[in-house]
Design a protein around this ligand. Structure first.
Ligand code: AMP
Length: 477
């Protein structure tokens, strides 16, 4: 078992897309993945199907780099699925790049998964004991093995059989020789939506991908629902009874999804504005300007500015072209990692009392460096405001968070964190305030703030903190 401690963290924060009944499905899928780049920057893959023939393009890197010379416009076929992958620690190999493609007795298929299975280790070791040979270290692969063992050639039935044996978070797209199947776990942790494009359909993690390809949002795939799309149209089937209430990931609204997406029935920008307004009510500050830590907290900072009447300014500018690794010249000095990403606008900050709004504090290290940056740019006072409660528990459903031992919210009191950051004041939105920004607050998972996990976490990982010793932790924004 211990060999699998790295499984957690290998399939997180991903984006999936599928096109069916759409000309140039492979190229459309790559375009959809481009809009989902924020959900995973490490690796990307497209699998298209033309008359039963599968065509695979995968690579490590950004969508625009991987598909640049792939000539996807000329890949035939009206069926395709794709995936963007985010990973933290090591092990970035082509084998671990999705979609996973296999040939089994029911024919060829490919599968792409966003989320994190909580019982993958258990299921996997059971399968290995009975002789299964795994090709990857992804939790996702257990789906394929369980499907192969299901004793049916009907892919949908096999997928339902597999889904019954796994737990946790999965928004999945499957490509068969004739169809695309979309499936969402019974709690609906991760988003998944369906759009109409011409005579065909697309499926995507977020609606911003629908916008880019010119598709119209039809609806979400419901928690526990399986949707098959083929030349006959769209058929829905209940794969697993939906959990009541659903457990949508509240961190998608706070940080992860794009603000222009409609996720869990709400425009992300609107939810973030409401969080910001609430934050201003709960933690006002005597200040001259409100600034955001771009880009993820822009909407929250705007909400804060609206409600407080303190003007919003662009006090930090983000460089979007920062790769994961950066050569640091020896003379570049302290806080280089943050400075390479953010530069303060001195005019905006000099002599000012500044409210700086961020969506979350995880380890606290970025925030601390940012505060130093603002001070060096002349900020007279820094009032730090956070659009989420303290993150005290790791996520086991697909958001990359470090172990409890590294979560500053689990280690220090708010006053100690204020001191650590070196700010005049610090305010986190309350859990009730955060939930008040949601239309249906009961339908959200908030285990990262409470430790109340709606799906039992892997027993082998339950010693929160020990299982993740090799984890890289919070990565690029
Ligand atoms: P830190 O407190 O130094 O760990 O970093 C917190 C910053 O990371 C915040 O500005 C967040 O916007 C961002 N962040 C929060 N969660 C994640 C995540 N899961 N992956 C990458 N960045 C994140």
């Amino acid at each position: 078992m211990s060999g699998y401690h790295h499984l957690k963290g290998w399939n997180e924060e991903c984006g999936v897309f599928a096109a069916v009944g759409v000309p140039q499905a492979a190229a459309i899928t790559a375009l959809g993945l481009h809009a989902l780049q924020h959900r995973g920057q490490e690796a990307t893959g497209v699998v298209a199907c033309d008359n039963g023939r599968f065509h695979v393009v995968k690579g490590i890197g950004l969508v625009s780099d991987v598909y640049r010379d792939a000539d996807l416009e000329h890949v035939p076929g009206t069926l395709a699925i794709g995936h963007n992958r985010y990973s933290t620690a090591g092990g970035l190999t082509l084998e671990n790049t999705q979609p996973l493609r296999v040939v089994y007795r029911g024919g060829s298929l490919a599968l792409a998964h966003n989320g994190n299975l909580t019982n993958a280790r258990e299921v996997r070791s059971g399968l290995e004991e009975s002789g299964s040979i795994f090709q990857t270290t992804l939790d996702t692969e257990v789906f394929l093995h369980l499907m192969a063992l299901s004793g049916t050639d009907v892919v949908e039935d096999a997928l339902v059989e597999a889904a019954r044996q796994v737990q946790g978070a999965y928004s999945i797209v499957v490509l068969t020789e004739h169809s695309v199947i979309a499936l969402r776990d019974p709690h609906g942790f991760r988003p998944l939506c369906i759009g109409r494009l011409g005579d065909g359909y697309v499926v995507a993690s977020e609606t911003c991908a629908l916008d880019l390809v010119g598709a119209e949002l039809l609806r979400e795939v419901e928690p526990g629902e399986m949707v098959t799309i083929d030349p006959q149209g769209l058929r829905s089937r209940r794969a697993i009874a939906a959990a009541e209430p659903a457990q949508h990931c509240i961190f998608e609204h706070i940080y992860f999804s794009r603000p222009d997406s409609v996720v869990f029935g709400d425009t992300v920008d609107r939810v973030r504005r409401r969080i910001g307004r609430r934050l201003a009510e709960e933690h006002p500050a005597e200040a001259d300007v409100v600034i955001a830590v771009p880009d993820s907290s822009n909407s929250i900072a705007l909400g804060y500015a609206e409600a407080s009447g303190v003007p919003f300014e662009l006090g930090l500018i983000r460089n979007h072209y920062v790769g994961r690794t950066f050569i640091q010249p020896s003379q570049a000095g302290r806080d280089f990692g943050v400075r390479v990403k953010f530069n303060p606008v001195r005019e905006v900050l000099e002599g000012k009392r500044v409210v700086v709004v961020d969506d979350s504090i995880v380890r606290g290290t970025t925030s601390r460096k940012l505060v130093r940056l603002l001070r060096r740019a002349g900020a007279r006072e820094v009032h730090f405001r956070v659009g989420s409660p303290p993150v005290t528990h790791p996520c086991f459903y697909g958001i990359d968070t470090p172990s409890r031992r590294e979560l500053i919210g689990a280690l220090k009191t708010i006053e100690e964190i204020r001191e650590f950051l070196g700010v005049e004041s610090l305010g986190y939105v309350s859990i009730d305030g955060l939930l008040a920004a949601e239309r249906e607050p009961k339908r959200f998972c908030r285990a990262c703030f409470t430790g109340n996990y709606p799906v039992a976490i892997d027993p082998a990982a339950s010693k929160l903190g020990i299982e993740q010793q090799t984890r890289g932790g919070v990565g690029a924004r």
